[in-house]
Ligand binder design. Structure first.
Ligand code: NAD
Length: 353
């Protein structure tokens, strides 16, 4: 098999990034797009040159010409479509979060373990050149043992509305949507340690801030600012088996003076900040020193991240590489996120051992 033939399920906002990366990948042939909004599926299929469009993803999965799928639907159907795709013999790239709940994620993981197909979770930021370069420094032990990390993604007025803000469909707010990316980056760079306890808080003081129209915001394809049952802000302290700890905070709505992202890891020999561009701190000859690897524009670019993610998925499916983000990583991250909600609801630390 030299060409990887692909279908995309869910044709909304983020599907465009998957489709662009597939379209630009010489190893890929785009076959079909499915969306319960058939008009949208057709328009997107036409735009990217996929010959077939379906309203029912089961029809796409029954297509024997398709080798692998991207799942870009709402969170409430990620696990179900991933299971259906695996059982149809397809390789799967499923958007984050891998599932809306831990129960769904664990059900999916059991199916993953019974099959040989590649199941990759859409942790696109792992595939950014910044992260890849830092990972190579960490793998070469330049930072020593990492014992502390900070993961922060704060939006002032960035609730994407629609289903994102409907807890029944999304499973949660900024924690499951954007906090997940920065948490995952730190956890991945720390070497995926086992979590032992979580203490978290959530707040819903400001609402969706749909009244703020003077700032750009990422929006669900069916944007509706009036729908909102998710938290504005979440924070947590996460402890790991190896003694390391991680501080996390993330928001859709917050009276901060600016939107910000912070992904920092600190080890015995050096520390590093990924955002806005990679900087490594260490000590040399009795001086503190900053090292700034020169990497393209230096900042995270969606296009490059998705191109690399899709290439990794295609290579893994063709047996040429290991997937950088296997399904079980997605499950462990959902385990942490669900424990944060549980801790926030109970007002107590949650033990995971
Ligand atoms: N990796 C990233 O950086 C990133 C960024 C944004 C969104 N996402 C993830 O991508 C997923 C989609 O987000 P989006 O912003 O594209 O949402 P969206 O609302 O813009 O698009 C979702 C599309 O899926 C369709 N859909 C939903 N459920 C379906 C089902 N069961 N069957 C068929 N079609 C269905 C909808 O009709 C819609 O067209 C979410 O899980 C989100 O967390 C990831």
């Amino acid at each position: 098999m030299s060409t990887f033939r692909v279908g995309v399920i869910g044709a909304g906002s983020i599907a465009q990034s998957h489709l662009t990366a597939y379209q630009n990948n010489p190893d890929v042939e785009l076959i079909a797009v499915a969306d319960m909004n058939l008009e949208r599926a057709r328009a997107v299929a036409d735009q990217y040159g996929a010959p077939r469009a379906y309203a029912d993803p089961h029809e796409l999965l029954a297509d024997p010409e398709i080798d692998g799928v991207s799942i870009c639907t709402w969170n409430n159907s990620h696990a179900a479509w991933a299971i259906a795709a695996i059982e149809a013999g397809k390789h799967v790239l499923v958007e984050k979060p891998i599932a809306r709940t831990l129960a769904e994620a664990e059900q999916l993981q059991r199916i993953v373990e019974q099959h040989d197909t590649v199941v990759q979770v859409g942790f696109v930021r792992r595939h950014s050149p910044n992260c890849q370069v830092l990972k190579s420094f960490i793998d070469a032990d330049e930072l020593g043992e990492i014992y502390y990390a900070k993961a922060s993604c704060l939006r002032r007025a960035g609730n994407p509305g629609g289903w994102f803000a409907d807890k029944e469909i999304s499973g949660g707010g900024p924690l499951l949507d954007i906090g997940i990316h920065v948490l995952d980056l730190c956890w991945y760079l720390m070497g995926s340690p086992k979590v032992v306890s979580v203490s978290g808080n959530t707040y819903d003081k400001l609402g969706s801030r749909g009244n703020i129209t003077t700032m750009p915001r990422y929006k669900a394809a069916d944007y509706d600012p009036d729908r909102n049952s998710v938290e504005d802000l979440a924070n947590a302290v996460i402890r790991f088996e190896n003694g390391a700890s991680l501080l996390l905070d993330c928001s859709y709505s917050l009276h901060a003076t600016k939107d910000s992202i912070d992904v920092s890891v600190y080890g015995e020999k050096g520390g590093a900040e990924l955002e806005p561009s990679l900087r490594i701190a260490t000590e040399m000859h009795d001086s503190v020193v900053n090292i700034e690897p020169q990497i393209g524009s230096g900042t995270f670019e969606f296009g490059t991240g998705f191109a690399n993610e899709i290439q990794n998925f295609v290579d893994a499916s063709l047996g040429k590489a290991e997937s950088v983000a296997p399904a079980w990583h997605g499950v462990e991250i959902v385990r942490i996120l669900e424990a944060i909600y549980e801790s926030a609801a109970s007002g107590r630390e949650v033990s995971l051992v």
